[in-house]
Design a protein around this ligand. Structure first.
Ligand SMILES: [Zn+2]
Length: 283
């Protein structure tokens, strides 16, 4: 457990990740044969809205605490969990802790879960912050799985967020009994993720809609072009037909004029022939 004065919310993920690294290093150096903590948590206090600046300068100004859970049957760990439990009962008195919700709880695979008071990472952080909490303060916190962060070569906010864990039933009950206004950052992070996901889905849908509209517009334009070309072609054919008919009419007129001329010539020739004939008959 580490306690420190004055920190910014933005640093909480970094501090928690650093603490996980610290736990992992200590384990490798001194507790090689024991189970490593698989959960670590950080809790911090925030001023409630409308609170006067006096509180900021009080001895209770922003503090955070970090701690880890105590997995495995190491007698020292069991003793530490018992000490946490005893201390919790002491500070919460006259309120009484009911049996831990996760203790002797049947799991979906038929096994029993034996997580008693004092085991959780949050227990110690909550306890230490609780001791410092004046009634007008609110508390926020975040628990994470340690595995990936313990192995990561450097700090990544994304990895902390990916490793987040919702407060367990024991801790929720503990908050109720301690009457702490607690905000689990897990919920806020989930809400943020849902919002981002929703936005991403909306953007994808909008993009799809825009692409569809673009495609439809292109199709409309292509169809308009085709229609215009067809109309142009039809007009050309109409013009051509008109010219053809005009030419046919002119040809017909020429033909008729030629016929008339030929008939007149034939008639004139006939007349000349007849005249010649008459003249020869008279002779
Ligand atoms: Zn818990």
């Amino acid at each position: 457990m580490v306690e420190s004065p004055v920190v910014q919310d933005t640093n909480m993920e970094r501090i928690l990740a650093f603490y996980v690294k610290w736990c992992s290093t200590i384990k490798k150096e001194h507790f090689l044969l024991h189970s490593a903590p698989n959960t670590a948590s950080i809790a911090w206090l925030t001023l409630v809205e409308g609170q006067g600046p006096r509180a900021v300068y009080s001895t209770h100004q922003d503090i955070f605490s970090v701690s880890c859970n105590l997995p495995g049957a190491n007698p020292l760990k069991l003793k530490a969990a018992r000490t946490r439990h005893e201390f919790l009962m002491k500070v919460l008195a006259p309120r009484i802790l009911p049996p831990a919700p996760r203790f002797r709880k049947l799991q979906s695979d038929g096994s029993l879960c034996f997580v008693d008071w004092g085991h959780c990472a949050e227990t110690l952080a909550i306890l230490c912050v609780y001791l410092e909490v004046p009634p007008e303060r609110r508390m926020q916190g975040l628990a994470i799985n340690t595995q990936q962060i313990a192995q990561a070569p450097s700090f990544h906010s994304d990895l902390v967020r990916k490793s987040k864990k919702e407060m367990c039933d024991n801790c929720k009950m503990l908050m109720q009994v301690a009457q702490i206004a607690y905000e689990d950052r897990y919920n806020a992070m989930r809400a943020e993720e849902d919002k981002i996901k929703e936005k991403r889905e909306k953007d994808a849908k909008d993009k799809e809609k825009r692409a569809k509209e673009r495609k439809e517009m292109e199709e409309r334009r292509t169809n308009e072009k085709i229609r215009a070309a067809q109309e142009r072609r039809a007009k050309e054919l109409e013009e051509k037909e008109k010219l053809r008919q005009e030419k046919a009419r002119a040809d017909e007129k020429d033909r008729q004029a030629r016929q008339r001329r030929e008939a007149a010539e034939r008639e004139a020739k006939q007349r000349r022939d007849d005249e010649k004939h008459r003249k020869s008959n008279r002779r």
